[in-house]
Each structure stands twice: as structure tokens, then as C-alpha cells.
Design a protein around this ligand. Structure first.
Ligand code: SF4
Length: 338
């Protein structure tokens, strides 16, 4: 595609005689990006942005779970057509970057999914992968295939586990039997030498059970690479169930504190994702990581005078007073409240 700019510097693409516009995008911001343009579907997507640390391929919008707080609710659409473009997009990516693969649930399209990750592993072993999966669809026969992939490619598998028992976990993911399927699949992944980032979103349903979950993970899933405890994203299904789901950890930190203490004692590596620094007590801020993607991150008025802003994850763009953490406050150089 030939890229030109209009009198305001905005990008105009010329592709097979078609003019493609990129509303509000400067041409210089597209240099080095990998775009997918499908005239038949009237789609132009920036699959890989050269300047972003957060490139994710939406593999499919289908999913077999219906998590109560899903930020990207699944759709029953046939979207396999775009998967064939992903191989090409990854081959064009800059060296050494990490690309996310998410959904929906990527393993709903098992054959295409394995085809993609095998292709990346064989042709671009320099590319790291961060794959989000509910781990409901692995079988023993996958173990040798995954093992070969892991020998060449750095893959981090982000797998959610919401509770220490089926009762709560299955309720969160809205699928009977999900917990029973998930637990052996952790062992299948581990047998394939997978690096696992175990992900737990904080909701009102699982918050009280967090210390028990820390206990279970540190005893039965001690082989995981990291336990990511995540702040809820106030969008998608979560908006419909706000009353049940929103929990203000800054006002009631005890379950999180106990969980972090159990994990530390058992040497489980733990991280807090999407959680602003000022909303946790000072001695637990070392766990907070800057994880909210640049395109959906914002700061609030309290952040203007805060000295920790550059290392703070901030808030999701859709954070608002309905979900406000009581503990948000500016911090000084040594982390003291201003
Ligand atoms: S006030 Fe500071 S620590 Fe709190 S959310 Fe804003 S930038 Fe982060």
C-alpha cells in the first residue's frame, strides 16, 4: 500500500486503486506498522504498531465461557477468514518484539491456532508470544507439540484461575465443570515446559477467597512463573453486574494482604496488574506493575501533582465515579501521601 498524507498530515492509503482513510491518524504514526486491509469486508486494521509495547492479535471472538466480568464479550461470528492474515503479519513484524494472542478463546479454533503458533515458532523464533487462554481445550497429544514450540519460542501462557474451588470459579466463568477441566490442563502445560502467568481478576465473588487461592496455588501450582492479581476492567459484562463485582481493595485490603503474604512466604512470584500505586499500602506497592495498555490508560486529577505517575499503571479509560477507589491520592517522592 502506498501511504500519502493530506494537507493536515493525516494518513491516506492507496491500495489496489482504493483510497483508505485513517481518521485522525498522522501518516508518520503509521510508518513501520503492519496493517491488514480487506476491501471485501471493508476492514482496515493496524495489527502491529511499531511504537507500541502492547500488540495483540484478536484471534477469534468465539468463547466457550461467559465470564461475568468479560471485558470483550464473545460473539458467535465466523471470523476464521482473518486468521490466515496473521501469519503474514507476524512475519512482517520488527525483530524481537512480543505479540499477544487473545480472544474470545484462541483454542476454540484449535487447528488454526496451533498452525499459527507453530508457524511463528518455525519462521520467527525471535518473536515472543503472550497467549491468553482459558486452557479448556488442551489434550495429552498437545504436549509434544507445545514442547517443541517452547524449545524455540519464548511463550508466556496467561491462564485465568479465579478461585480455589469449582463453586466460585465456575460461577465466575459461567461454565459448569470448568474448574475440573482446568486443573489437569495446568499440569499438561507444565509437562510441556510452559511458562504460565496465572491470572486472577479481583471481583466481589472471589475476593474473600483470595487467601485460600494463594494457598492452593503455592502448594499445587507452584510451577507457575507468576501469579497476576488483576484489577477489574469496568467495561463489557462487568457494567451489568457492577454491584456484585466491584470491590474496593483500597478500602478493604485484608484478603489481598493475606494472599500476598502467603505467596511471599512460599516464594511464589506475584504481581498486581491494573492497580494504581496509591490504592495499596506502601509496603505492597512493589507488587504493582504498569500494565494498562497505552491506548486505554488515563490518569485522574489526583495524579497531576503525584511524583509516582511515571511508574504507575493509572486507570482504564472507562474508569469513572461509579467504580472509584476511595484510596486514590497523590504521592510524594518517598511514597508519602501529599
Ligand atoms: S495519584 Fe499517583 S499513585 Fe495514585 S493513581 Fe495517580 S499517578 Fe498513580
Amino acid at each position: 500500500m502506498a501511504l500519502a498524507e493530506d494537507e493536515n498530515g493525516l494518513a491516506i492509503g492507496l491500495f489496489n486503486g482504493l483510497e483508505v482513510s485513517f481518521p485522525g491518524t498522522q501518516a508518520k504514526d503509521l510508518y513501520g506498522d503492519v496493517l491488514m486491509i480487506v476491501p471485501g469486508h471493508k476492514i482496515a486494521s493496524r495489527l502491529i504498531r511499531q511504537k507500541s509495547r502492547h500488540n495483540t492479535l484478536l484471534f477469534t471472538e468465539q468463547c466457550d465461557q461467559l465470564c461475568v466480568m468479560c471485558s470483550q464479550p464473545p460473539k458467535r461470528i465466523q471470523d476464521q477468514w482473518r486468521l490466515r492474515f496473521y501469519k503474514e503479519a507476524v512475519r512482517l513484524a520488527d525483530p524481537g518484539i512480543t505479540i499477544g494472542i487473545s480472544g474470545g478463546e484462541p483454542t476454540m479454533q484449535r487447528e488454526l491456532f496451533f498452525d499459527l503458533i507453530q508457524d511463528i515458532s518455525e519462521n520467527r523464533p525471535d518473536i515472543g508470544l503472550h497467549i491468553l487462554t482459558n486452557a479448556q481445550h488442551f489434550v495429552d497429544a498437545d504436549i509434544p507439540i507445545l514442547k517443541r514450540i517452547h524449545e524455540r519460542t519464548d511463550v508466556l501462557w496467561g491462564v485465568p484461575l479465579y478461585a480455589p474451588n469449582a463453586e466460585i470459579h465456575d460461577r465466575v466463568v459461567n461454565k459448569d465443570g470448568a474448574f475440573e477441566i482446568l486443573m489437569p490442563n495446568f499440569y499438561r502445560l507444565a509437562s510441556a515446559q510452559a511458562k504460565i502467568e496465572l491470572r486472577t481478576v479481583l471481583t466481589g465473588l472471589n475476593y474473600p477467597a483470595l487467601p485460600k487461592l494463594a494457598d492452593l496455588i503455592s502448594k499445587d501450582l507452584f510451577f507457575i512463573k507468576v501469579w497476576a492479581i488483576m484489577g477489574l476492567e469496568p467495561i463489557g459484562f462487568a457494567k451489568a453486574f457492577m454491584g456484585d463485582l466491584f470491590v474496593d481493595h483500597s478500602a478493604f485490603f485484608d484478603p489481598l494482604e493475606h494472599a500476598l503474604d502467603i505467596a511471599a512466604k512460599r516464594r511464589l512470584v506475584t504481581t498486581l496488574y491494573n492497580i494504581p500505586l496509591c490504592t495499596v499500602p506502601a509496603r505492597y506497592r512493589k507488587y504493582c506493575a504498569d500494565t494498562i495498555s497505552d491506548w486505554k490508560k488515563k490518569f485522574v486529577p489526583e495524579c497531576e501533582s503525584c511524583s509516582q505517575r511515571s511508574s504507575c499503571t493509572g486507570f482504564f479509560e472507562w474508569y469513572n465515579n461509579d467504580w472509584a477507589y476511595a484510596g486514590v491520592h497523590s504521592l510524594g517522592q518517598t511514597g508519602e501521601a501529599l
